[in-house]
Structure formats: structure tokens, C-alpha cells
Design a protein around this ligand. Sequence first.
Ligand SMILES: [Zn+2]
Length: 570
Amino acid sequence: MALKFDVRRKDAAGRLGRVELNGKRVETPLLFPVYNPNKPIIPVDELAGEFNAPALMANAYMLMKNEAVRGEVEERGMHDFLGFDGLIATDSGSYQMMVYGAVETTNAEIIKFQEKIGSDIGSFLDIPTVPDTYKPRAREQLQLTLERSVEAENAAFTVNAAVQGGKYVDLRAEASKAVGGRFELAAIGGIVPLMESYRFAELVEVIAAVKENLPLNTVVHAFGLGHPMLFPLAALLGCDFFDSAAYALYAFNGRYMTDYGTERVEELEHMGCTCPTCREYGVKLKRLYGEDRVRALARHNLYVSYAMVEKVKQAISEGSLWELVCLQARAHPRMMKALDALMGHSGWIAELDPITKPRAFYHTGRESNMRSEVVNARERMKRISTENTVELQPFGQVNEELLDIYPFNSVWSVEDEPKPKVRDIHKLRAIMEYQYGKGAGTLIPDNVIVKKSKNTRRIRWLYEGKEMTASVRATDHLILPKEKLAVKLKEKYETPKLRVILSDDEDATQCVREGKSVMCKFVEEVDSNLRCGDECLIVDKKDNLVRVGTLMLSPKEIKDFNHGMAARVR
Ligand SMILES: [Zn+2]
């Protein structure tokens, strides 16, 4: 069965998604703890039970080379052998190749072995390129990796297609284009050395180069990126899978992971963590010896890692992922550099970022200046014809009429001065332009009737005569047009502006007319200036208005996905 991936919530280029594979359903971002059957530190039943791990990763190469167990794994299959019914990903031995320089197997052999043991996700024998490899050599290695990917195309497992290229973004881009469309899952390989030596800005460049060149329906695995301090950053760029051998490897070296970095366990005087292991031992953890200490540290490291994945998911749900990343960036100068690198990709991220979010926008410092929300807001303000502006950081000059809407509303509320007084009709006209385009303000007539909420005294409904033409959403103050206003918008702007154009499928069009969501596969075209969360005109190919809706993905994603919801009908 093929892998199915749905995006359920979005923030920046990050996504909260759902992957279905072989009858198993997992939520992304997802962490695969690496389990080493030859040297288990945390047993599988503990991973599955106490840690509630829906997935794990194991090294197929090491199992294949272990004569004592190979026969048994082949016969029973990986799930039965490990006693784990979640998602199992296996690695091909490429990591061993990076560390030891060579492995004793062939691409065909390791693919076949992973098929035999029933891996849900498997790998071909890619050539991991360490970041600083001489470029011609990196190119050669990439070529070989791509050749080997061909052999895996018909594998029985879902292929985790390696994208290599070292630190060279052009090679990473080339690799992504070669892999894109052929595989549902891509792994950004060879990045562990960047993580370990704190070269986070380069890490951002590498991930961005891959993401910008892969179709957006590809699930992306940041291979070996196991330090929780990097999860928010990588998730913001659109990484969906992480794996961690790091929780155990760090434990062997006496390293205690935190949200913001790594501590040496012997230097700890107090425990800033309340995971079961830290509660059990307290600061006595550092006085444990040998295996006991490794095990305790590994458990703590894994708890911290899982907790960070949950924090990332919550941030995506509420639309505060940028704030989480900015907070992390303050913890280490190298993280700040990574954030600067990230800002260099704001234009691309802005195209994927929702135009409105559940949680208020918080201006947290100079690093907010280039956030994708700010990029989108500045771009939209160019549409506005009024000239009364106020200085509002991080946006710069903001039209007074817009101060009630997302993202400006929360920023103003922390200032001390009273808001400038603006007439309702001027507000409404400017908001129309911000949302729908230059000149959209003229669609609000002088005789519009404005009804306000009894409690908040804020604008809630617009009428022309007895007919309601729009409502104003309480949370972000954006204008949601009813049919009459939607028809006016359609007449004012030529296709494809503001539109989601349905394909010729009459049944699908009828479903939308009756109020069902618009599915990606029935979309012919989308206005590329729309953003996820925007109100849109859903029309048929003859440009008849079918319904008014809200875009649930970005236009780019709607093009790349052939299933899932593109727009919700209101
Ligand atoms: Zn702990």
C-alpha cells in the first residue's frame, strides 16, 4: 500500500499532518527513536508502552550482518521479531559507510533484505556526503546515490529516498528535483555533522534548498537530526520526520539534552526537567555509573525529545511556530545565525504561510522583522489607497484602518497610546483592499449598514438594505463575503484573481454547490496570490460562482497534492 499524507494544520512552511501507511496512522511531525537490537538501551516494550512511540527506526544493515539473528528476523519479520506493531523504518548502512568508509553489502542485497523483513519504510544504499567534501567528489557521490535510487523504485516498502549533496545547495537542489515525484518520502542525508558542530545556518540553507525543490506532497525526513533544540527550526522549514540515535549516543557521552542545548551531566547542580527519570534520581543522576547512567540519560534525552515534538505540534496548531523558533534562537548565538539564514527564505515561506492564524502575532524583537507574516502583510498593504499611517514595528508604516485585523491587532494592544479613531466605513474599505485587492474598497457602498456586537462593540455584520452582504470574523476582524458581495468581487476582478477554478467534473461541482469541501484533485487553477486562510471565490470553468470558501492550503500545495481538502465551503 502506498503512503498517504494529508496536511491538517499549517504554520510558516511547517505542517501538522497525518501519514497512513500499511494500515498504521501517525501524526507528523513524527520522531523515530533509533533502536539498536544488538545493543538496546531502552527496550522496545518501554518505547511502545511508557514512551507511547508510534514509530521506531532500526538499522537493517547491522541486523543483516549479525549472523546470530539474521535468520530469525528474515523468518519472523521485523515487527514480530521486535514485538512492535507501529511503523518501522530501516536504514541501509549508509551511516556505517560514513563512519567506517565502507560496508559489506550491495544496494540490491540490502533492498531485498528490507523487503524480506517487512520494513514499512526502507532505504537504498545511498552515499552519504559529509558537508565539506570536495565539490567534484560530492557530485560524483550524488550521481551514484541517484543511480542507486533507480534500483529501489519498485521496492515493496515505502522508500525513504536520500537527498545528498553535502553543503552545496545547488547539488541539494539537483538531487531534490531528481527524487521529486518519484518517491513519496525523501530523506535529507548527511546533515548530522552540521548538527554536531553547530553549523545551524548551513543546516537551514541545506534544508531550504531541498524543500524549495521538492513537490510539497513529499514527506520530508531530516535524517539523523535528533537534537530537540533543532526540531522547531526544521519543522518550520517543512520537515515532517525526525529520527534520533542521538538520545542514546549523547547518553553514552554523558550528555544531557535540553530544549536549548546540551549539558555535561557532571556539571549539573539542579535538574531543570521533571521527566520521570529526573524526578526519580534528581541530581544524583550524575553519580550513577556505567549502564545505569547511560540508561537514565537516554531516557531523559528521549523524554525531552518527545516533549519538543509536542511543543512543535502545539505551535503549528495555534500558529506560533515562528515565536517558538525565535525563542530558541535567543538561547545560542549559532541559533541566531540560523534564524538570520531562515529570514533569507521568508519570501518562499510567505507563499506557504497562512494569512491569518488562531493565535495573536507577538513581536518578540528585531528577529520578527522578516517573519513570513510580516512579508505577507507588507505586500498586502501595497494594495491600500489611503495614506493615514502609523509606525508599527515590525511592519513599518501601517494604515490606521487596519489596526483591528490580524496580524496588526495584537501588536498595537501592547503599545500605550490610544488607537487612532477611524470611521467604520473607512476601516471596512481598507480591509477589503488588504484582503481582496486594489479598489475592492469601492464595493462597500456609502449606505452600508454596520451592525456591531453588543458585548465588544466591534463590527460583526454588514447589510445592504435587508440583505446581509458580509460578516466580520471576531478573532481576526477579516471580512467574510456573502453571495452578493462575492458576485461583486467576481465582476470587479478578472479570472483567475481570487478564484479557485474547479475542473469540468459535474458531480464534484454539484457536491461543492451543496456545501462539500473542494478537494485538490478537482481544482483546475488557483490564483497564486491567494494565501492559505484567504477567502476565495469557487467558480466553475465558465466562471460561474459556485460558492464562497476559505483556502485550506497554499496555491502551490493545491497544485502538488492530488488528494485532500483545498478549500472549505462556508
Ligand atoms: Zn529529565
